[in-house]
Ligand binder design. Structure first.
Ligand code: NAP
Length: 510
């Protein structure tokens, strides 16, 4: 395994980064544990917020510098790279602003005295891919640092400068040493980190292969994990859909990040022969017109693939599709220029036995299907091992909802291609993984949702005891304890209740 910047626009190696030694890795984990136990977990939400907000502001103020590393290392178009930097800043800001509300203790009103308190769990290992080198990290760091967890990150080997840039970002934003650490680790070391007792959870975004290997190791060590894996999202265009809007959605979704997007619309499914043929012709014309070139040039519309490995895999998949009887309706070949460029490609006539029928095509390659009915479209949409996102275009929103309900995926968008934002849950089913990132759902993945059950002194051994603490009183009491103002009346009440419970426990033991 080599952490190396290879410019995919030229194919030239720029810099190699040494792997971390075992001794240094041990120091990283010890520092992270110390930072978690002695500092970060007990910092106030306001202090954590200051760090995350500063990181978001720095990302915005140095957007061009951050975007440059992305374009340099994985070939993303300049404007898209800037867009990713902006989105990452929004995610950090979102959690900085909403964590207080997410972390508020809740009274469980159906059981008197029962309260739910959210607490951090410790060090998390994040394993992330190269296709959105900052956004993927922001999805983990935003919520998890605000919860009070600390993060050790293993990034993909082809984006080491992006990995180091994000580590610098948090350092400059004021994160104490050990709160966020990048490691250039090899697979063996990743395995040992997962097994380490100090590490309490693992989150992975990447391929099924990586997900299965890491989830197996995490499972053997009883570690919670979240898996954000591959996808082969269908984009369904029903008979009543606005064709122009569906076409815009399909082109954008299939080609963003040169087609290397997990929620890209990889399978275009149009209902109706005549409309399908027109849509297919227009789709092909739009893809054929894209101008390939240097992604750092603002006029370029089709950049390189991220690596030679990615290019070779896609060329092989296209060949396999052809051997399996598919038609190459557009492209299909490497572009004759330096770097890792593939022509925008459209495949048609893909039968159920064709290998690409069930594979993910991670690049500028669309599979096009024309079907006769809504029922066939749904069957085809679900005929994949994946279940990440999907979209349905229709003029009838109720029909859209009904079709959405029949699709096996974690996200369905009606009349838009799938997109992502800090406030929307993200994740899939089937071989696309499990768990969620983003929104309050993502925030809660690595927290200890602790039950604290409060009974007054002298209460019966079990069962209903007293009327639930009013939500407002509970929040005030916890805030008072958090700010250490034990003299406040509310905190006094909480402490009395706690002593009541302890007294009860001791009495019961006697
Ligand atoms: P990948 O090979 O699985 O790499 C992802 C990360 O996992 C990298 O950091 C990689 O490190 C690491 N890794 C791979 N095998 C590992 C193992 N056995 N143990 C520990 N770490 C391991 O993914 P990719 O093919 O480059 O990325 C594209 C895939 O990611 C696509 O399938 C795409 O759909 C998926 N993806 C999913 C989402 C989502 O949210 N669901 C988002 C983006 C991408 P190295 O680079 O060092 O190998």
């Amino acid at each position: 395994m080599t952490y190396e910047t290879i410019n995919p626009t030229t194919g030239k190696s720029i810099q190699v980064f040494p792997e971390i030694s075992d001794a240094e890795l041990e120091r990283v984990l010890a520092t992270a544990q110390h930072a978690y136990e002695q500092d970060w977990r007990s910092r106030s939400i306001q202090e954590r917020k200051k760090v995350l907000s500063a990181a978001a502001a720095l990302l915005r103020s140095k957007a061009d510098e951050y975007a440059h590393y992305v374009t340099l290392e994985m070939g993303k178009l300049k404007n898209e790279a800037r867009g990713e930097v902006g989105l990452s800043a929004k995610i950090l800001d979102y959690y900085a602003q909403h964590a207080e509300a997410f972390l508020k203790p809740r009274a469980l009103t159906q059981s008197a005295g029962a309260e739910l308190h959210l607490q951090p769990i410790g060090i998390l290992l994040a394993v992330e891919p190269w296709n959105f080198p900052y956004y993927q990290i922001a999805r983990v760091v935003g919520p998890q640092l605000m919860v009070g967890n600390v993060v050790v990150l293993k990034h993909a080997e082809n984006v080491p400068q992006c990995a180091l840039a994000f580590e610098r970002l948090l350092e400059e934003a004021g994160a104490p040493k050990g709160v966020y650490t990048n490691i250039f680790a090899n697979i063996d070391q990743v395995g040992r980190v997962i097994e380490d007792e100090r590490v309490r959870g693992v989150t992975v975004t990447g391929s099924e292969r990586a997900g299965a290997a890491i989830a197996e190791r995490a499972g053997r060590n009883l570690k919670k994990c979240v898996m954000e894996l591959g996808g082969s999202d269908p984009l369904i265009v029903l008979e009543d859909a606005d064709l122009e809007s569906a076409l815009n959605g399909a082109v954008r979704s299939r080609m963003v990040t040169t087609g290397q997007c997990c929620i890209g619309a990889k399978r275009i499914i149009v209902v109706g022969k005549e409309r399908g043929e027109k849509f297919q012709a227009d789709f092909i014309a739009r893809l054929a017109a894209l101008k390939a070139g240097d992604p750092a040039e603002i006029t370029t519309q089709l950049g390189p693939l991220s690596s030679k490995k990615a290019l070779d895999l896609l060329l092989q998949q296209i060949e396999d599709a052809k051997q399996g009887g598919a038609g190459i309706l557009l492209g299909g070949k490497q572009i004759d220029r330096p770097g890792f460029y593939l022509e925008a490609t459209v495949l048609g006539g893909i039968s159920e036995t064709n290998p690409v029928y069930r594979q993910e095509l991670f690049g500028p390659v669309a599979s096009f299907y024309i079907v006769e009915s809504e029922a066939q479209a749904i069957l085809l949409a679900n005929a994949t091992p994946f279940g990440l996102g999907a979209s349905v275009f229709t003029a009838d929103l109720d029909r859209g909802r009904r079709v959405a309900n029949e699709i096996d995926s974690g996200m369905v968008y009606i009349n838009q291609a799938v997109w992502t934002a800090a406030e929307l849950p993200f994740g899939g089913v089937k071989r696309s993984g499990f768990g969620r990132e983003l929104s309050e759902l993502g925030f809660n993945e690595f927290v200890n949702q602790k039950l604290i059950n409060v009974a007054p002194s002298g209460a019966a051994p079990s069962g209903a005891r007293c009327s639930p603490v009013k939500k407002r009183d509970l929040h005030t009491a916890v805030a008072a304890v958090n700010t250490a103002s034990l003299t406040s009346l509310c905190a006094y009440r909480l402490v009395l209740q706690a002593f009541g419970s302890i007294g009860l426990l001791t009495r019961n033991r006697r």
